[in-house]
Structures are given as structure tokens and as C-alpha cells.
Ligand binder design. Structure first.
Ligand code: FEO
Ligand code: CA
Ligand code: CA
Length: 637
């Protein structure tokens, strides 16, 4: 999301010391590390690197495409020899039999229509192959938020109960079936897999916080069933075949939160909501239902193969402004889930399951993410990091410090991480895991408040004040993914070398970029990076030469970054999934034409973009795009 939720993202950071102050170098731990990973020390990996390293990624793919220039028009551009096809835009029916209302470009579809059509503002997305196929599968994706100026014929205000219902139905998740026919992908409609999850869909709450008093409400006195998921961002596919997504800026949906208590304040809740649902739906008025907000901020899991399955909120993974969650497996098959929260000066987490993944897919692993240990990351200046356990009764996480039990530690993961002295990061967005080298990568999209008076200063992991451009950090665990410590460095610092401000120049080898967000490895080992610079930045100042948001590939062996795709005006490029053969790349173009104020003028909804329909009087639409090489080869090769 590129909406400028500045106040939200600066959600009352605690007074944690910067990394330079919290690290006491932990000499014993460091010695242990050096003994246990002597080869790493010899390779120089204990020192942060200045740019892409040749020391990681043992078999990366090669950059075989012709790079393209920065984009400045209202068009999606890919390299010569590639074909981009718009597959599934906001408002297309997902394909539920007998319920397939056509999209109306004047936004006159009803709330009920919207509940069976693709939601707005596509973000994290995964291709789930059916029977291992690379030409037939399911797409599961989320719809992060709504631009109500586009969603309703008369725009955002005045808000009505009908508009709130339509907005709620345009949030959530979608599952639809796709097939390659000739050179064209098609949505298969109707399909028995087609599904919408909206703000009315019941979610089961599982894990240590399920049923906790802080999760109980008038409508759900058991604290175990929540209606809906919202503001979902990134996504991933678990090794057992399910879809994971994070609930990110949930605090924007609640009014009346600021004056309730310090807990709500720590999470950036305010007196007024951004979406105005509370005016019609008291569930989102925190002064009346103070626990409802505690029921959001979780990682959600959905089995796309079973349209009757109940989606789940996994409390063992902690509550946060979750961007998403990504699973690695230890050598003995325990699940390690990495996640972060996209908020200024917040944290990176990892969960290690107690149990092991079992054969048998989603059903056989439906409790795997409910029991285990959650940790938060501290990045030390010596290039070593530590995972600090968020376990009730350990260290400062006691009743005396306001944590009644493990459930409360998880619900208040930020406050717990503050007390543990975790490193305050520059807005962690997507993570991805290099299955070959076992390095874990995380985009830190930007943090223009780093170093401001009264805010945390720079540290080794977040080394730039007024960090407008962002960076990509990476680490390698000590031993296995469940390691208590790790070595880390930066893959790159984003920027434009022509910028006059040194801290906005970055150190990219290859094509410039700003604000990395989406990221993932292709089956052939190429690393793909997507950007999300805010609409107010485009074409101006430090971003004047960078242009529209884009997608680039990085060969982690040579360190080269090359521009592959540029999006239409004021969009964000997100969603990133390949077919198993690497020959089809699915991405999302999110919020084309978004206005700097995020509320499109209802009289001129297409004033900045008319992508992808370019229809007179039409509306820009977020859409899934599939990209193929004209010769049928592996994308990027
Ligand atoms: Fe919703 Fe952090 O992107
Ligand atoms: Ca972003
Ligand atoms: Ca994002």
C-alpha cells in the first residue's frame, strides 16, 4: 500500500535505544557464532556488504532480458520479446456458479455484486498449481483496501450503510481458477473453486491467544470467531499448500481508539478512522467495542483448494501491522515463519513451530502454526543478529510489566518487543527465502522519519537518516532456520546515483529503484523486486528520474539489478508468483491513478490513470497481469 498513512505508520514508537546502544556485543554469543560458522567468518560475511555480494546464492538464474528505461506514461511496459496480458481486474466476477454479475465501469455494481466479484486493490497473490500443472491452477489473492472515490458512483462522502457494505465486500480475499489456452490465460468461470472472503466471512481464531479476554466482544463472547480480514498485504504459499497473508494497517479502520488506553495508542489508533465504516457499523468504533481491534493484525491462512474451509487467524505468530508471512522448513521439517510489520520503527519476527510438517497437505497441517515459539530480531552492529524470544515469564515479559499470560504477549507483541530491545526497522515489507543458499531477504521500504528529532537515529541495519529510498537486508541463520543467531548484511541500498543528497543515492549495481516492497525468488533462482513509491513522490525531487513504480530482477551472484517492467501512472507493482516451470509470471498492478490524497475525485475518477481499459469515462482498475516470453521460455532468462 502506498497510501500516506504517515500518522499510522509512526505509531508511538517506544524509547528503545538505537542498535548502537542496545548491543553490548554479546561477546560469548559472538564467539560461539564464530566457532559454529567459521567458514562464514573466513568468507567475510560477518561484515555488512556495500552492495550485492557474489558470496550468496549458489545457483542463481541469469538476467537474460533486455532492460527497459524508467516509465513515465500511463502504460504497463515489459521488455522486447515479452507479452503482458491483463487477466483479472477489480469487479470481474470470480466465477461462482449463478452469481457472475458483470463489472460496470460507472461503479454502479451493488454491494451484493461486489461480494462475488474481485475486490479492489489486489496485493499479495499466489498461483496454486492443480496437479503440478504450469498451465492450470488457482489464483489466491487479497484486496488490500478500497479507494471509495472509485468504488461508488458518487465517491467517498457522504458515507452510507450501503457504501460501507460495498467497501467491506471489496476487501478480503479471492480465489479463482485459471487456465492457459494457446498463448492466453483465461479465468475459468464458473468454477467450483471460485470464492470470495469478505468482512462478513467467519474466521476461526487459533493458537495461544484464542479465547483470550482481550479478544472477546459482545458479538463473540468466546473470542474465537472473527468476521473478516482487512488490509491484507503480502502473501506466500506454505509448503503444505495454503495461502498466508498479513493484516497490515488495521488501525485505520477504527475510530475512537486514541483515548481508550495506552495499548491502543501504542498501535497508532486515532480518534477518526480513515475508512469511515464506524459511521454505519459500530463494530469499528473502539469506544464502544474496545476489543474488536485486537482481533485484527494477525496472519491469516486459507486453503484455496477447499472452498468450504474456514480461514484461520494464527495468533501464535503474533499480532502486528503484518505485511505478510513466509515459511521455511528446518531440516527436520519444523515450520519457521518469518514476518515483519510495515510501520516505521517496528520489528521483524520469526516463529518456530513445535511440530513437524506432515504429508497430506492443508488438512494434515491445520494445527502446525498454533504451537511454537515467537522471536523478534535484533540486528547488532557487528554483523550478527539475535532472535529474542517472546515468551511469557522470560525476561521482562511478566505480569508486573503488564503481560498476564502468553496470549497477552502475542496480542501486545509490539510492547513486548519494545521491552526486549529489538531493532526498530525502516518499515519491513516482503520477505523471501533463497532455498538454495538459505539466506532470508527482507525489503525495508523507507523511513523518512529516521533520525528526526525525537525519533530513533540511524543504526547499522537502518543506516540512513531521512531514508526516502529504502534498503534490502538479508541474513543467514546459525545452523538451521531455527537458529538463535544469524549473520546479516545488506543486499542493496536503493536510490538514484544522480541524487544530490548523498543518502538518497544508494549503491545499486545496475538500474535505479526506490522503495522496494514486493520481493520473491523465481523457480530459476532470480530475485525479483517490486517497488512502491508514493504517488506524491513520483516525477519529483529524488524520484524525478526513477519514474513509475516498477519491477526488477537481481542476479544475486553478480549483484546486477535490471529493470523488467514499469507500471502505469501512480500504481504500485505487487503480487508476485510464478508457475512451477517459471514460464508464467503473475503480478498485480495496484491502485493505478491513485491521487496524492488517496480519495479520487468522483467527478474525474480517471484524472491520473485510465489503465487498463482506457475507456472514456471509465475508472482505473487494479488488476492481475500475467507475463510470458513470446517464445515460451522461462521469464527473465
Ligand atoms: Fe500494504 Fe506494506 O504494504
Ligand atoms: Ca509499500
Ligand atoms: Ca507492500
Amino acid at each position: 500500500m502506498s497510501k500516506d498513512f504517515s500518522a499510522m505508520e509512526d505509531s508511538n514508537p517506544s524509547d528503545n535505544a538505537s542498535i548502537h546502544e542496545v548491543i553490548q556485543a554479546a561477546p560469548q554469543s559472538r564467539r560461539t557464532w564464530l566457532q559454529g560458522a567459521g567458514w562464514l567468518g573466513m568468507m567475510g560475511l560477518l561484515q555488512p556488504l556495500a552492495a550485492c555480494s557474489s558470496l550468496t546464492g549458489s545457483v542463481p538464474g541469469r538476467l537474460g532480458f533486455q532492460g527497459i528505461p524508467p516509465g513515465f506514461g500511463d502504460a504497463l511496459v515489459v521488455p522486447p520479446g515479452y507479452i503482458a496480458q491483463v487477466l483479472a481486474a477489480w469487479g470481474e466476477p470470480v466465477g461462482i456458479a449463478g452469481q457472475m454479475p458483470a463489472f460496470r465501469s460507472d461503479a454502479s455494481n451493488s454491494a451484493e455484486d461486489q461480494a462475488v466479484q474481485l475486490g479492489m486493490h489486489h496485493d499479495g497473490m499466489e498461483f496454486f498449481a492443480l496437479n503440478g500443472s504450469s498451465t492450470h491452477g488457482l489464483i489466491a489473492l487479497n484486496h488490500e483496501y478500497t479507494d471509495d472515490g472509485l468504488l461508488h458512483p458518487d465517491g467517498f462522502l457522504p458515507m452510507t450503510a450501503t457504501k460501507v457494505r460495498k467497501s467491506q465486500n471489496a476487501h478480503g480475499l479471492s480465489v479463482f481458477e485459471v487456465k492457459l489456452k494457446g498463448q492466453q490465460w483465461e479465468m475459468v468461470r464458473p468454477s467450483p473453486y471460485a470464492r470470495r472472503v469478505t468482512m462478513q466471512t467467519p474466521f476461526a481464531v487459533t493458537g495461544p491467544a484464542a479465547g483470550h479476554p482481550l479478544l472477546r466482544t459482545e458479538a463473540d463472547p468466546q473470542g474465537r470467531t472473527v468476521l473478516g480480514t482487512l488490509n491484507n498485504c503480502a502473501s506466500s504459499q506454505t509448503p503444505w499448500g495454503t495461502y498466508l497473508s498479513g493484516e497490515e494497517n488495521w488501525m485505520n479502520y477504527f475510530a475512537g481508539g486514541k483515548s481508550i488506553n495506552p495499548h491502543h495508542q501504542r498501535w497508532g489508533m486515532r480518534e477518526k478512522s480513515l475508512f469511515n465504516w464506524d459511521s454505519q457499523d459500530p463494530r469499528f468504533d473502539a469506544s464502544r467495542h474496545p476489543n474488536e481491534a485486537n482481533r485484527f493484525g494477525w496472519v491469516v491462512e486459507l486453503d484455496p483448494n477447499d472452498p468450504t474451509s474456514t480461514p484461520v487467524k494464527r495468533t501464535a505468530l503474533g499480532r502486528a501491522a503484518h505485511e505478510g508471512a513466509w515459511v521455511a522448513l528446518t531440516r527436520d521439517q519444523r515450520a519457521v515463519v518469518y514476518s515483519g510489520e510495515d510501520a516505521r520503527f517496528e520489528y521483524i519476527y520469526k516463529f518456530v513451530s513445535t511440530g513437524r510438517m506432515q504429508a497430506g497437505g492443508a488438512k494434515a497441517n491445520q494445527h502446525l502454526l498454533d504451537e511454537g515459539t515467537l522471536y523478534v530480531a535484533r540486528f547488532d552492529a557487528n554483523g550478527i543478529g539475535r532472535w529474542l524470544p517472546l515468551v511469557h515469564g522470560q525476561g521482562p515479559l511478566t505480569v508486573a510489566n503488564g503481560f498476564a499470560d502468553q496470549g497477552e504477549v502475542l496480542i501486545k507483541a509490539r510492547q513486548a518487543s519494545d521491552l526486549l530491545g529489538a531493532t526498530k526497522m525502516d518499515r519491513p515489507e516482503w520477505l523471501t527465502i533463497d532455498k538454495t543458499s538459505r539466506w532470508v531477504y527482507c525489503t525495508l521500504t523507507n523511513n523518512s522519519q529516521r533520525g528526526e528529532p525525537g525519533k530513533p537515529g540511524v543504526d547499522a541495519a537502518n543506516p540512513r537518516a531521512n531514508n526516502t529510498m529504502g534498503q534490502i537486508i538479508r541474513w543467514l541463520e546459525d545452523g538451521d532456520f531455527d537458529g538463535a543467531s544469524f549473520v546479516w548484511n545488506h543486499l542493496l541500498l536503493a536510490g538514484d546515483p544522480a541524487n544530490t543528497r548523498a543518502e538518497a543515492q544508494g549503491n545499486i549495481r545496475g538500474d535505479m529503484l526506490g522503495c522496494p516492497d514486493g520481493m520473491g525468488f523465481a523457480p530459476n533462482g532470480l530475485l525479483w523486486i517490486q517497488t512502491d513509491a508514493h504517488a506524491t513522490q513520483m516525477y519529483q525531487g529524488e524520484f524525478a528520474r526513477i519514474g513509475n513504480n516498477q519491477m526488477l530482477a537481481c542476479d544475486t551472484k553478480t549483484g546486477e539489478v535490471r529493470r523488467f517492467l514499469t507500471g502505469p501512472t501512480n500504481c504500485e507493482i505487487t503480487g508476485l508468483s510464478f508457475t512451477p516451470d517459471g514460464r508464467n509470471l503473475f503480478i498485480n498492478v495496484q491502485h493505478p491513478g491513485e491521487t496524492p490524497t488517496d480519495r479520487s475525485d468522483p467527478k474525474k475518477p480517471n484524472q491520473f490513470s485510465n489503465w487498463p481499459d482506457y475507456q472514456t469515462g471509465g475508472r482505473p482498475r487494479s488488476a492481475t497481469v500475467v507475463i510470458r516470453k513470446a517464445d515460451g521460455g522461462v521469464v527473465g532468462s
